[in-house]
Design a protein around this ligand. Structure first.
Ligand code: G3P
Ligand code: MG
Length: 259
């Protein structure tokens, strides 16, 4: 099963704002998510890490320096310490003081508004099925009644196994990881982890994988596509959805192709 969109234009294609509308706003911040909604994205993609005191927060990197005024590893900071950091100034002075959002804050915003792809970052995953980032995130999804509007994903296939063990009906996608896939085709991978979709980079969508995906009718989501011609080609190929930093452009392209 795939998540249900809040406003589906019926074109069988999903416009996903990668880290929010991150070409125009600091990635993974509330302005980027609000911007995505305003630009007509149908889903936001967010990256989830864990603070040192076990709170799921929305941030892409393992380290803080590139996208905040902090330094060192995110996982060494408590939520209170993380909330003191400035996650906006690196992008532009007008975003000074933007905070790293918690997953809870983003779900609160997204509920009744936009579907969410929760990407669990490898750094936050452990061998434990219970009590980790997966279960905590799942509990928040349940708290906000978003079970039908969320797609979990991860490069770390353990996270997908944990999500499916905790909640078999929860939509979850494998983010293709060449190192741990041992040459398995998408259909084998999806079957091995009971996943609902296969996500990969546009560079990884070669002929062999595409044929396999089509043959087995597997939903496929492709990242990160910001060039108009590439968007057009992929939409025409019939991919299920595309992650873009420019959801406004992607929406326009999809509307023209599907006219
Ligand atoms: O989930 C798609 C994409 O976000 C995966 O790569 O590094 O941008 O999180 P990354
Ligand atoms: Mg991501």
């Amino acid at each position: 099963m795939l998540p249900t969109l809040y406003s589906d234009n019926g074109d069988n294609f999903i416009v996903i704002a990668h880290r929010g509308a991150s070409a125009y706003f600091p990635e993974n911040t509330m302005p980027a998510f609000r911007g995505a909604v305003e630009m007509g994205a149908e889903m936001i993609e967010i990256d989830v890490m864990m603070s040192s005191d076990g709170v799921p927060v929305v941030f892409h990197d393992a380290t803080l320096a590139d996208h905040t005024n902090g330094e060192g590893e995110l996982a060494d900071y408590s939520l209170e310490e993380l909330r003191e950091l400035d996650a906006g100034s690196w992008f532009g002075a007008e975003f000074a003081g933007e905070k790293i959002p918690t997953l809870e804050e983003v779900l609160q915003f997204a509920r009744d508004r936009i579907a969410v792809n929760i990407e669990i970052k490898t750094e936050a995953v452990t061998d434990q099925e219970r009590g980790g980032v997966e279960e905590k995130s799942l509990e928040l999804v349940r708290k906000y009644g978003m079970e039908d509007h969320v797609l979990f994903s991860s490069f770390d296939y353990r996270a997908i196994a944990h999500i499916k063990a905790l909640e078999p009906t929860m939509p979850a996608a494998l983010l293709y990881n060449s190192q741990t896939s041992n040459k398995r085709l998408p259909s084998q991978l999806v079957a091995d982890y009971s996943a609902d979709a296969f996500n990969c980079s546009y560079k990884q969508l070669n002929r062999k994988r595409l044929l396999d995906i089509r043959l087995h009718n597997i939903p496929v989501f492709v990242y990160t596509v910001n060039q108009q011609q590439r968007m057009k080609k992929l939409v025409k190929m019939g991919v299920t959805g595309i992650f873009s930093d420019k959801p406004d452009l992607l929406r326009k392209v999809a509307e023209n192709v599907n006219k």
